[in-house]
Write a protein that binds this ligand. Sequence first.
Ligand code: PLP
Length: 622
Amino acid sequence: ASLYRIDGWGAPYFTANSSGNISVRPHGSDTLPHQDIDLLKVVKNATDSIPSGGLGLQFPLIVRFPDVLKNRLECLQSAFDLAVKSQGYGSHYQGVYPVKCNQDRFIVEDIVKFGSPFRFGLEAGSKPEILLAMSCLCKGNPDAFLVCNGFKDGEYVSLALLGRKLAFNTMIVLEQEHELDLVIDLSQKMNVRPVIGLRAKLRTKQTNHYGSYSGEKGKFGLTSAQIVHVVTKLSEFGMLDCLELLHFHIGSMIPSTSLLSDGVSEATQLYCELVRLGAHMKVIDVGGGLGIDYDGSKSGEADQSVTYTLEEYAEAVVSSIRYVCDQRSVKHPVICSESGRAIVSHHSVLIFEAASAVKPVAHQPKPDDIQFLLEGEEDLYAAVMRGDQEMSLLYVEQLKHRCVEGFRNGVLSIEQLVSVDGLCEWVLKAIGGSDPVQTYNMNLSIFTSTPDHWGMGQLFPIVPIHRLDQKPGARGILSDLTCDSDGKIVKFIGGESSLPLHEKESNGRYLLGLFLGGSYEESMGGGHNLFGGPSVVRVSQSEGPHGFVVTRAVPGQSTSDVLRAVQHEPELMLQTLKHREEEVMHTKGGDQEEDDENEYKNVAACLDRSFLNMPYLATEEG
Ligand code: PLP
């Protein structure tokens, strides 16, 4: 187990048991009555054929542990509760889960259920995400926040305003200045008092991959000048009391608490400025970025590891806010965070099988060819004889380079080229430098199952889920079964270029697990932020007035389509939300909106439209 640093990245959930299998401790501790779960047994049960008592599922397989999710959520909450208590902080922590990290219906429902005792809410970044968040929050705590981030068009804003009509604690966070005009206009038409937040572009910037979109020139948020404009405009419209929240996000995988404290302090100063300017501020939302230790090193290496614990993260956030607010005599705000990776990464494991392993084959060179090859290679021969690894490697590389050149020029035959490879292998063996790395062919697509690895080089712990009591006899790289040449994993945690693996037994299965991939991997491989696939048209030339004709048009996915893809049931959601409207009306004791025909005020019509429309932002308003 130490070979794979399981205790480093896996504690307290994953470890190796005495049978050499990965053992899962979903509650994060070994206190009875919870027994550890043997992952191999779970996988066997899921994949064995139905006649032999299994579920007959195929690889790759995602195994989810909802109790891990519960534990992560509770640990995050108690870390903040502890910091609030120990520092005498004058308010509380109330987090939200950014559903983009994994929109799977059962995950979101679980988070709402497990987080209900402490008002845990959701963050949405697109129209389908708001819909799914509202439908899941129907069963949640009524005070839970529904933070609406992301670029917004009229439809998006109407949906977020509709949320308030349906008695959700919806906050519309402005990412761009012009969104304010939509909010002012639509809230008047829909007769809703909005709760508004601002996303600030901070000057604090993190330097890892995930921080490249933060800072003054970042993609999202309002500059200081834009914040002042927004305040002025809200004041002109008599709506400054609607501004309650300040949000920022300095990037995922924040490497250290010192950088975090810089960001939080800068944002808290902004918060205090907004209070000074007359806004009725109540909440500071510190965004996501709480990192996890993918390589188990606690080194803080960019994108792979962080140097702090959950408790230290919470401590840094609470103390920075408290310090600035106390200095400026501002009431302590409610602290919200949007941790995604830290909540969902651990709870699922991607299991795949080595379909085959391919060893590099060293051909025995023929004596005649060696003769021919070694002519004039006295230096190489001498270096090998005296066991000089460095020089032998250098000479053999040079020889190989020359021979490949010779083949290109037609001087060497294919047989001679084969002998060159054989000779190189012979030299490597002779100097003890031979490290034949096998290629393990895995039955999955790296592009769809680990898009962050494929696109950004994110490393995930990958470990055999059994045979951990046997010393691995080989090293391997992983290759998927797609025909993409980059469908390979050749870099592993700790910077290794191959993974210690067991020889594949001819008749046995060899199963590996990719851990900590519960956030982003599924949602990116599917539909990021639930922006569905593109629409497609086929176009041919024609003699008509346009010079072309569209011969086939296939629409992209509607909001309902993309929701279905992550297990939600749009028809049911629609019913639930309509039912909620009736309930809200009933509790208020009021009549239906008197102007039911008005398209802005008719809740049911607005909901119907939302489910049918495309999830992309509309190009024109509406
Ligand atoms: N909030 C916002 C606005 C984000 O852009 C992101 C992701 O980048 C998150 C929250 C979640 O971040 P993390 O998964 O690092 O906690």
